[in-house]
Ligand binder design. Sequence first.
Ligand code: GRF
Length: 194
Amino acid sequence: ARLVVLVSGGGTNLQALIDATTSADYGAEIVAVGADREGIEGLARAERAGIRTFVVRTADHPDRAAWDVALAEAVEDHQPDLVVLAGFMKLVGPAFLALFGGRTVNTHPSLLPSFPGMQAPKDALEFGVKVTGATLFVVDAGVDTGPIIAQVAVPVLDDDDVESLHERIKVSERTMLVDWIGRLVREASTGETP
Ligand code: GRF
């Protein structure tokens, strides 16, 4: 299966997928990595792995709707079977969802529906939960609201700060992502349920 992965930052989730796709029996290849900004480690990781990259910057488009169309076209160029948002910090819009709705998944560092949005580990820490985690879900038009595919629980430790908590979440998150992308692509190719 052909994966396009979209990133906005460090790309540790992307790196886990890159590592997994090096084995042929994983059943998927990353055909391109896209970002909404230049100069991020996620793009560098793709380049080091010899994976094509593209950037669609909001600043290059008159408004968010035009950016959404440009992103959809850039992704479509690579004919993905599945699009993975892995630390992608923009909301995809109607043009993107018209093409890739139902076959775009996103990973989020909390147990949705708790703590949607851009600050999930910080919100969880400030609320005082003792268990948080990560969620893999199918992207819809909302903010972190789509149908949940998988979740993993991660403990919050007494001496955690946002950084230590998010790092612990990311360890489990990348394992969940690799595991479930593998199942989804095998399911798609064999028609079996995971
Ligand atoms: C991940 O926890 C992702 O869920 C969240 O931000 C983090 C991105 O990490 N949106 P990376 O870019 O994959 O390292």
